[in-house]
Write a protein that binds this ligand. Structure first.
Ligand code: CA
Length: 498
């Protein structure tokens, strides 16, 4: 009887065009919001050592770290829509955070569900419409808050009390406990953190309190040497943080007991700050320290919860057959160019972390700093990893060969970017292309109507646009040509905004 059941399972799997369930890996996709590579110690940036990420670093030690994972549109909702569909914003229909995701289209949970996977999402969703295609969903409403979240749970709103980062993991673990053990799983565990406004867990309020966090060299950027675009920003640590981002006011709806603890920590420090009446660079420096410490405190809770998930896999014999992926919807500015927030095609928010552990397939402790990969590639990677076919209309490419250490012929040499949400935090619409060394950015709106060209190797901080520089004439010409080619390849509406 048992043999017969196994045979029919094998046969139906074969008919579905996939390999039998027992051999197929689970996928645990841990996705954060606004977690910059600079705040992951494994990336070895200026905050390495201070960034409290031992568990995330462990994924890198046991797998592959990508240094050139670039997003297609550096903002929350649009990035999530790209991950779910494997398509650029203009095709999946979610260009701006104000849009509503069309849940009738083909997505990761539907494709993996049809491949025999049990599918679930817990945590941040941020696509406005109700999730579709998942066997189980439990998602924050909008941005959610850091304390006492409400989770829309398979159509029903459920209130929780406690710290959201912990609760998202609690609920992820609960789902793992009650899942259908006859099927492999595809599980998206998605944190709100470390998105602003950065309210740390009580246990981390003191973390880094006595440390002076190093400032990035461009904290006092004057935006000279570029088009006027960067100077139009409204994401300055000096001028645009507002009281909520500085913890001079709080965003979460605390219980009275929680408020006492939270306010008990911040109030005396806030009073001292207000009494000091800081000005100019001293004020900016205080803002930066307040910001970066709370940001890293929020990261610390994420990391601890990554540790809980890895521990569960280990304790339940799942570590060997589960692919663990850690990423974020985009990068973020941690004071570089004087900014918080994201959106720009400049490196810090264009780049996003990508760490993949897949025992027996991905070698341990490998860094990939050459291949241009993208969040566009996540869905085809999931599909190839589970042995399911990749639909033709998906625009990304599976990373599985790269994960196995073998970059396929014809892998992309350039990557196209397009940010649509004109005006958000003062960032104008722009699009562009990078070949990994040079980056060409077009700001088409008439207030700017300009281009920028950076040599990332010579100018990694992107302080001097070389657009129009005669020594780079050939680079500029060929990148413009490439931009046109990519816009055709990715089916951008003809003539749109150029
Ligand atoms: Ca985000």
């Amino acid at each position: 009887m048992k043999v017969w059941i196994c045979f029919t399972v094998f046969l139906s799997a074969l008919l579905a065009g996939v390999s039998p369930a027992a051999e197929r890996p689970n996928i645990l996709f841990i996705f954060c919001d606004d977690h910059a590579t600079q705040a992951i110690s494994a990336y070895d940036g200026p905050l390495a050592g201070l960034a409290p990420t031992p568990n995330i670093d462990k994924i890198a030690e046991q797998g592959m770290l990508f240094r050139r994972c670039y997003v297609t549109n550096s903002i929350c909702g649009p990035s999530r829509a790209v991950v779910l569909t494997g398509k650029y914003s203009h095709l999946n229909g979610f260009r701006n955070n104000g849009d509503t995701f069309d849940g009738s289209q083909e997505t990761a949970p539907k494709l993996l569900g049809r491949a025999g996977y049990e599918t679930a999402i817990v945590g941040k969703w941020h696509l406005k419409s109700e999730p579709t295609g998942f066997d189980h969903y439990e998602v924050l409403k909008g941005q959610g808050q850091y304390y006492n979240p409400r989770l829309l749970t398979n159509g029903k709103m459920v209130n929780h009390e406690g710290y959201t980062t912990d609760i998202i993991t609690d609920q992820t673990l609960k789902w793992l406990e009650q899942r259908d053990r006859d099927k492999p799983f595809f599980l998206m565990s998605q944190h709100k953190a470390p998105h602003g406004r950065w309210e740390p867990a009580f246990r981390h309020l003191d973390f880094l309190e006595d440390v002076d966090v190093p400032e990035p060299p461009t904290l006092f950027d004057d935006y000279s040497g570029r088009s006027k675009a960067a100077s139009m920003h409204e994401m300055g640590i000096a001028d645009h943080m507002g009281d909520h981002r500085l913890m001079l006011e709080y965003s979460s709806k605390f219980t009275p007991e929680q408020f006492k603890k939270f306010d008990g920590f911040f109030r005396p420090k806030n009073e001292a700050f207000l009494a000091a009446k800081l000005e100019g660079r001293d004020l900016t420096r205080w803002h930066y320290q307040r910001y970066i410490k709370n940001y890293l405190r929020c990261v610390k809770a994420v990391d601890e919860n990554v540790g809980r998930l890895l521990g569960y896999l280990e304790d339940h014999g799942l570590a060997e057959n589960t692919i663990v992926i850690y990423s974020s919807d985009q990068g973020f500015y941690l004071g570089e160019h004087g900014w918080f927030d994201k959106r720009w095609m400049y490196e810090e928010s264009f780049r996003t972390p990508l760490l993949v552990r897949w025992p027996g397939v991905v070698k341990e402790n490998v860094e990939n700093d050459t291949d241009l990969v993208s969040n566009l590639d996540f869905l085809p990677t999931f599909l190839e990893a589970v042995g399911a076919p990749v639909p033709e209309e998906i625009q990304g490419r599976s990373l599985v060969p790269i994960l196995k250490g073998d970059t396929p012929d014809g892998w992309r040499k350039t990557h196209y970017y397009h940010y649509y949400e004109s005006g958000g935090h003062g960032v104008p619409l722009h699009f562009g292309v990078t070949d990994g060394r040079y980056k060409l950015i077009r700001f088409p709106e008439k207030e700017i109507d300009d281009w920028e060209l950076f040599d990332i190797q010579a100018d990694p901080l992107e302080l001097e646009s070389r657009y129009g520089d005669s020594t780079l004439e050939e680079v500029q010409r060929s990148l413009k040509k490439e931009l046109t080619r990519l816009r055709g390849q990715y089916e951008l509406p003809e003539g749109e905004l150029d």
